[in-house]
Design a protein around this ligand. Structure first.
Ligand code: FAD
Length: 442
């Protein structure tokens, strides 16, 4: 077997999940013979690109739909990304200490933020409670044009790295992995069509070419579940792709990352406003959330692939029925659909923007064309529920599939470590846990 067609480990997908795994395997294991397959001619062109996501390192402290338990877990993986960035001097290059906060407006929301602050104080000691007076200095745009009688409060910090260009971090993972192990192959323009198991090897087919591996990890975004279903794995899961768009404003009012309060029934972080990392003097508001019948936001739709990964069985229909039976979710879905409709969208979305910066009007914002991504939300058919966050299918047989909606970019190194553990156990390879913990966890 020609060497370039055989690998110990093949990683499918060159977003932040695949590249974080490549880096983790290269630096923290003794596995040498590794390849990554990416279908496009560059890494991180889809959801991991800075234009595809909210650029937020989710620590759970300002994401009000996270419970304390979930926030502690997410914060651990966020710290890994921070530590990685510090290790390579990426502070102020790919990750930034932009102050961040969750705001509450009006009596009910103010009460909510104060209670949350109290609950989170012990585990997130750097968080501060900012009064209306404090906000006049920290972020005056939140108050300009706001009714003086309405109470406003925020919990926030300026001590953490809050904004990350995950696309650049993904590229750096691949670069640094190559520095650790120059035998690694990164294959571009290689779309994996199918994976099959033969004996103790996996056969990965790309067009007319075949590659062989002892272990395969599929980090292919919304395509992961499709590839799993094609192999008969993950049949208890469905993928519901949720698109997210953004609006830009050139009226550069915000210096901070400002999250609003999210409905806990929804598996997304709430609409926020923040300075864009890749366009100077531009503020972004979003993301919206709209179910879309495709697996990639801006490439032509493979409707049959969508249908196959959704696999609309009675259990899936029951989940939709249950979701749509909830008035809050129904209203949210209709509103978010309208945020995409030219002609009405700017006027309607301006109301969301004004919750953050009251003085901005519809004429101050534009729909950001070609910006945004797609969150592969997972439906658990057995328990008939829409899952919050990521899901992993570990077959225990040398292949893993990862589905990575938000906060998948933040959890990239946490997920990569979990996969490295599975791989090393399966292959009998060495995992340098102490080194990983020393460099990235503490
Ligand atoms: C609107 C929005 C906002 C978000 N905001 C945040 C945020 O602020 N913070 C956060 O942590 N997370 C956020 N997320 C989630 C985050 O963007 C994703 O979890 C993360 O980018 C997933 O990375 P990934 O590598 O798993 O997938 P992707 O980035 O989608 O990469 C998958 C890769 O696999 C490749 N691929 C697919 N099929 C194949 C195939 N058959 N063969 C070869 N290659 C293939 C694709 O080309 C792609 O490069 C957001 C997501 C969206 C949509």
């Amino acid at each position: 077997m020609a060497k370039k067609h055989y690998y110990d480990v093949i990683v499918i997908g060159g977003g932040i999940s695949g590249t974080a795994l490549l880096y983790t395997l290269a630096k923290y294991t003794d596995i040498k013979n590794i390849a990554l397959f990416e279908k496009y001619n560059e890494l991180a062109t889809l959801n991991s690109n800075a234009k595809g996501n909210s650029q937020t390192l989710h620590c759970g402290d300002i994401e009000t739909n996270y419970t304390l338990e979930k926030a502690i877990k997410t914060n651990r993986t966020a710290t890994m990304v921070e530590n990685y960035g510090k290790l390579y001097g990426y502070d102020d290059k790919y990750m930034f200490k932009i102050p961040k906060m969750a705001i509450g407006v009006g009596d009910e929301e103010v009460k909510f933020i104060k209670a949350r602050y109290k609950e989170f104080k012990k585990d997130f000691p750097y968080m501060k409670l900012w009064s209306r007076k404090d906000l006049e200095t920290i972020e005056p745009a939140l108050l300009e044009g706001r009714d003086k009688d309405v109470d406003v409060v925020a919990m926030g910090t300026n001590e953490r790295y809050s904004a990350v260009d995950f696309g650049e971090i993904a590229k750096s993972f691949a670069r640094n992995a190559k520095k650790e192990n120059d035998e690694i192959d990164v294959h571009f323009n290689k779309e994996v069509d199918s994976i099959k198991k033969k004996g103790d090897k996996y056969i990965v087919t790309v067009g007319s070419e075949k590659y062989f591996a002892d272990y395969v990890v599929v980090n292919a975004g919304a395509h992961s579940l499709l590839l799993a279903h094609q192999m008969g794995h993950g049949l208890d899961y469905s993928c519901l792709p949720i698109g997210g768009s953004f609006y830009y404003s050139k009226i550069n009012k915000l210096k901070t990352k400002v999250y609003t309060i999210q409905n806990p029934k929804l598996p997304f972080a709430a609409i926020h406003g923040d300075p864009d990392l890749v366009h100077d003097n531009t503020i972004r508001f979003g993301p919206t959330a709209i179910a879309l019948p495709k697996l990639e936001r801006y490439h032509h739709a493979h409707f049959m692939d969508f249908l196959e990964s959704l696999s609309p069985t009675p259990a899936v229909i029951e989940v939709f029925y249950k979701l749509m039976g909830d008035k809050d979710i129904r209203d949210y879905a209709v509103k978010n659909f309208l945020y995409e409709v030219p002609g009405v969208r700017r006027k309607l979305f301006a109301k969301e923007v004004q919750k953050i910066v009251p003085s901005l009007t519809k004429d101050d914002i534009v729909f950001a064309e070609g910006v945004g991504g797609l969150r592969p939300q997972v439906i658990d058919k057995k328990n008939k529920e829409l899952l919050l966050g990521e899901a992993k299918i570990d077959t225990g047989d040398g292949i893993v599939f990862n589905m990575t909606p938000s906060p998948g970019a933040t959890s990239c190194l946490g997920n990569a470590y979990e996969d490295a553990e599975l791989i090393c156990k399966y292959l009998g390879a060495k995992l340098k846990t102490k080194k990983f913990n020393r460099e990235l966890v503490s």
